[in-house]
Ligand binder design. Structure first.
Ligand SMILES: *Cc1c(COP(=O)(O)O)cnc(C)c1O
Length: 373
């Protein structure tokens, strides 16, 4: 099979979605699945919907168009503040968008009137991450203007946490978001259908045994795709971490010095920074590099150490004597490695299905009664 490629297990993605949907449903929260790290791949989006996600969310219109061209008709929300230059496409391909700028909302409204439709608006509020968002003191005023504007409908409010500053939201911040939702309704009238509490970084809050207030939606990407809490990197119980595997091919195996050769005249290199080390190690080179993924975000299989990467090469020190030129090596990826790999033009996506449930302890589980015919 071609390399580099990403083996994608759609059953694991469906299972991960289902697991979160079930747990969050008990807390009155629905899951909007974020497809950006999968680059809007339609089959991956389909697996998320099959797992119970109520809709899809994407920051990029190009990915939304990819979903639509594959025949996906589910609601898709644009979660990045729209570019003024893209409002026509956004109204055409997305049911709703997250917004922070009145000038953009006016342009969306005009585009919606031209297309004889109504575009949904969710106002993003700044709650501490200091990326996008309307300052809370201006929210009600902007909401009122949206309510009065033909061509758009105010659908809700949302906040984002843990992105720019990597800090999980506190229960107090989530209570403040609930209070803002109540406030906007009191001042502007319409019921807010969506109060979106954030992304995967909010799961620890959402899954705790405490009141969730008005929050009824989370936008989840990383936790579904990689089965981890993005802030701690810890696996979420009952979820698969290996739905995606990057596969690369060995193009050189050789024994080289563990240290680069430096001229003894080069004092800047020999003094302090480099210690003499003559131990040799087997190094292998794989045909994959920075242009294909975030090399530092790959987890090395046991017995292998990451040495370095350049634009097209990945260099690994290995104890595995079976590796030879032409061998394939498999890597798990973190979110940034996944996102880059999924959008790299030379990397093929290979979809597979049909995996057993993880940690199936119940021997009387339904699978035992399945008969293959
Ligand atoms: C990427 C993104 C998400 C999803 O984040 P994950 O950490 O992948 O769950 C949610 N909301 C916004 C605005 C985003 O940009």
């Amino acid at each position: 099979m071609r390399c580099p490629r990403i083996d994608v297990d759609l059953d694991k993605i469906r299972h991960n979605t289902q697991t979160l949907v079930k747990r969050l449903d008990m807390r009155g929260i629905r899951v909007t699945a974020v497809t950006k790290a999968a680059c809007g791949h339609p089959s991956i989006a389909r697996a998320m919907l099959d797992g119970g996600a109520t809709g899809l969310a994407e920051p990029r219109v190009s990915n939304v168009i990819r979903l639509r061209q594959a025949g996906m008709t589910c609601p898709v929300t644009l979660i990045r503040t729209p570019m003024l230059s893209q409002v026509d496409d956004i109204v055409q391909f997305c049911e709703a968008s997250y917004n922070t700028e009145l000038v953009v909302i006016r342009a969306l409204a005009a585009a919606a009137l031209r297309q004889d439709t109504v575009h949904g608006i969710i106002l993003m509020v700044e709650m501490g991450d200091l990326r996008e968002g309307i300052m809370p003191q201006f929210l009600a005023d902007i909401a009122r203007q949206v309510v009065d504007m033909p061509g758009v409908a105010l659908q809700g409010i949302g906040a984002n946490f843990g992105c720019l500053n990597g800090i999980a939201p506190t229960a107090e911040q989530m209570r403040a978001l609930t209070a803002l939702a109540n406030d906007v309704e009191r001042q502007c009238g319409p019921f807010l259908r969506t109060v979106s509490g954030g992304n995967s970084a909010n799961l620890p809050w959402a899954l705790e045994e405490r009141a969730t207030g008005r929050i009824n939606d989370l936008r989840i990407g990383e936790a579904i795709l990689l089965g981890v809490d993005p802030l701690t990197g810890d696996q979420i119980g009952g979820m698969f971490r290996d739905a995606f595997t990057l596969v690369a091919e060995v193009i050189e195996t050789t024994t080289k010095s563990a240290r680069p050769t430096v001229s003894s005249a080069d004092h800047t290199l020999t003094e302090g920074r480099l210690t003499p080390n003559n131990s040799a190690t087997t190094r292998i080179i794989l045909a994959i590099g920075h242009q294909d993924t975030d090399a530092a975000g790959l987890s090395m299989p046991p017995g292998n150490d990451f040495i370095g990467a350049t634009s097209d090469h990945l260099i690994i020190g290995t104890k595995d004597a079976t590796l030879c030129v032409g061998s394939e090596m498999r890597f798990q990826m973190n979110y940034s490695a996944l996102m880059r790999a999924m959008s790299a033009p030379d990397t093929q996506t290979n979809l597979c299905s049909d995996t057993p449930e993880p940690n199936t302890r119940d021997v009387h589980g339904s699978r035992d009664y399945l008969t293959l015919v």
